[in-house]
Design a protein around this ligand. Sequence first.
Ligand code: SF4
Length: 371
Amino acid sequence: MATASLATPKTGSRDDGIAVRLLAWYDNHHRDLPWRVPPADLARGVRPDPYHVWLSEVMLQQTTVEAVKPYFRDFLAKWPDVKALAAASNDGVMRAWAGLGYYSRARNLKACADLVATLPGGFPDSEEGLRALPGIGAYTAAAITAIAFGRPAAVVDGNVERVTARLFDIRTPLPDAKPEIKARVAELVPASRPGDFAQATMDLGATICTPKRPRCMLCPLRPDCRAILSGDPELLPLKAPKADRPKRSGIAYVAVRRDGAVLMRTRAEKGLLGGMTEVPTTGWSEGRGGTGGDGKPPFAAGWRKAGAISHVFTHFELDLEVRRADVGEISTPAGHRWVAAADIAGEALPTVMKKAIEAAIPGATKKPKRP
Ligand code: SF4
């Protein structure tokens, strides 16, 4: 929906024109997102809810907007405010988070909610105060400060990095370019509407100044853009070559009882995928073709190969051979439990475990469709 420009920002930036042009574009072309207060509502005095901003920003770390939308709605329906989230069980939060990945975020989310629920004023309104909370780093603190509290802060995510590197034709490769990019953004942030400015830059990066084939003809910052003058903006930002991720491998064991229940266990609270549910696996050894640990299944049975899956973690790639055994009544191995077929979808299963179970029992981890 196109609207007239809502407000000419009072800017404290050294290049007012960029902020003015970007905000005018945002007024007409912003993305409608479930956690966002659109500029027309903001102009009418609607204030963003810090809980919504915080929840969405934590979910959006390393995750796409489309993937986050249903999780955000689900969390709000279950826990409409930070006190409700603080009152939730750890297990309930992990279950609701399952599938979003990077599970340390969920543990920090809960720890942060527990702490904020005890603070008389709720979320702190400064970057410094926010950074003292669990799971809130420099980016998230800046985003909450600007978006939820309307205070100037340099908010730099991947989209903003790209737009800024192109706008100023920054040729230093990432990550070394980060300080220069942040300083450039800090210069541009307007004194009024800093939250909209941050979201406008993100939206421009997501919809116009895209990684491939940026749509420069539609860009409100085209008159300001130095990368356009110097050649091919698509080449920016430059990135230092990444080291190859190491490979690990192992075996996942999917034991299926006659009634359809599957043998599972809960991972240790600390460490990778802490507190999440898994089927028993060997250790994950370095290199390809390893079995890790002692390589043995949780009990002797007619294990047969059911498939193989791969999963990419931040610091390594994992290949799992998946073996399945169909068993009768057996004693439950220590530290394990049987999960009924109807309850598998509700378990706090990380994506790698969903893949493993699906390889052995197709459809087992899908939630039944509502009629
Ligand atoms: S003119 Fe093109 S490269 Fe420059 S900021 Fe706009 S979309 Fe990005």
